[in-house]
Design a protein around this ligand. Structure first.
Ligand code: PEP
Ligand code: MN
Length: 404
């Protein structure tokens, strides 16, 4: 829209001829209007205070620069000693010291708000992060896709997408052995199976627990496969760590931050599933917990979110795949089984996820889905899984997909 040429229009800037008094003329020419002596003394005082504030800004900047230099020295010592960069106890103590030594003109909340970004910048420097990537899990400038070993397999940057296949829950030695044998015969490398099942109803099958893990590990070892299993309880992490190659954090535990912190500290690879009620930013911040507490090898899993649609159990958020690939360099997996909640949609959703750029898929498979103790509606039979993996081109005969 062009601006009105009507001088009566209040949005039309006044021309010099329309200006009234000397104050107006002086202002339009960028000069100060004549001032009374009282005005002048206020202006002088203001100018002096502003100059003092500018000088304080410079001093604060110099002090922060000095602090950053010291942080660089701490970094060098920590690298030499292989100490963790982030020390939450030290950080808490620094806040306490600041608050205890404050004169009272700033509230505790203001002191924390002031020093939080200073501490964050220091930590980013210590961890060698670029300032433009706000999170550790964000793709750093020019960073290629990440890739890491998972037992005998690899996640990320594989020649073709990987498949994590297996039953919803480990139910028996025979059941997991039949699935493991099929997975291995296809040249696939990942065997999943729930041992600790987070079920909506407390009366539903809760998994075989440690016995399930033992059966899963044995079957995987017989066939040279990597084990993927869900951890639901921080108290089980230690026992599971010897058994599992890739810890899975399920949708219901994505925001269990104590679990994420403890899991991060084990430094073992983690497959983090998106909560069905989480935005992608919340999902990335959950991954950030793992990264902050020490986990380098994180894969993200889109597994469907809750919408008003009831034809599927959840709605697979296809856009999440390319968005997560853009924002992070982490491998992104799509669990199409839990998203669909029905076996007949596994193939089209799998194709969609791969077309969207997923590094791999998770699909549940059971020797006899109708008799499964959990998720009977969407598990594929073994022949269905074999046909699908061939149709999707995930099967290989030589040393390529999913191998180091
Ligand atoms: C699972 O993969 O076994 C599972 C329970 O999935 P989700 O956490 O995505 O519901
Ligand atoms: Mn399941």
């Amino acid at each position: 829209m062009s601006r009105s040429s009507n001088p009566a229009d209040p949005s039309n800037p006044a021309t010099p001829a329309e200006l009234k008094g000397p104050k107006d003329i002086a202002t339009s020419a960028g000069m100060s209007a004549p001032q009374s002596p009282a005005d002048t003394s206020v202006q002088d005082r203001l100018a002096r205070l502003r100059a003092e504030i500018s000088e304080l800004n410079r001093q604060i900047l110099r002090l922060v620069e000095e602090r950053v230099a010291k942080v660089g020295e701490v970094r060098a010592l920590k690298v030499a000693q292989e100490l963790p960069m982030f020390d939450p106890v030290r950080e808490a103590r620094m806040f306490e010291e600041l608050i205890a030594g404050a004169s009272g003109s700033l509230t505790e909340r203001e002191i924390r708000a002031l020093f939080r970004p200073i501490f964050d910048i220091s930590l980013a420097r210590m961890e060698g992060r670029t300032p433009n990537a706000s999170l550790r899990v964000c793709r750093q400038h020019g960073e290629p896709d990440r890739s890491f070993a998972v037992g005998p397999a690899r996640l990320g940057r594989t020649p073709r997408p990987i498949l994590i296949a297996g039953p919803c829950a480990v139910e028996s030695e025979e059941q997991i052995e039949r699935v493991a044998a099929s997975v291995a015969s296809l040249g696939l490398k990942f065997l999943r199976g729930g041992a600790f099942k987070p079920r909506t109803s407390p009366d539903a099958f809760q998994g075989l627990g440690r016995e399930g893990l033992r059966l899963l590990r044995q079957a995987a070892d017989r066939h040279g496969l990597a084990v993927v299993s869900e951890v639901t309880d921080p108290r089980e992490i230690e026992a599971m760590a010897g058994c599992v190659d890739l810890f899975q954090v399920g949708a219901r535990n994505m925001a269990n931050y104590e679990l994420l912190k403890e899991l991060g500290a084990t430094k073992k690879p983690v497959l983090l599933k998106r909560s069905f009620a989480a935005t992608l930013d919340e999902f990335l911040l959950a991954a950030e917990y793992l990264a902050k507490f020490g986990c380098q090898d994180i894969a993200l899993c889109e597994r469907g979110i809750r919408t008003f649609e009831r034809q599927t159990r959840f709605t697979l958020d296809i856009a999440a795949v390319p968005i997560l690939k853009k924002k992070t360099a982490l491998p992104v997996i799509a669990d199409v089984s839990h998203a669909a909640g029905r076996a007949d949609l596994i193939e089209p959703l799998a194709r969609a996820a791969l077309a969207a750029g997923a590094d791999g898929l998770m699909i549940e498979v059971h020797p006899c889905p109708e008799a499964a103790l959990s998720d009977a509606a969407h598990q594929l039979t073994i022949p269905e899984m074999e046909r699908l993996t061939r149709a999707l081109g995930l099967v290989h005969d030589g040393m390529d997909a999913g191998e180091i």
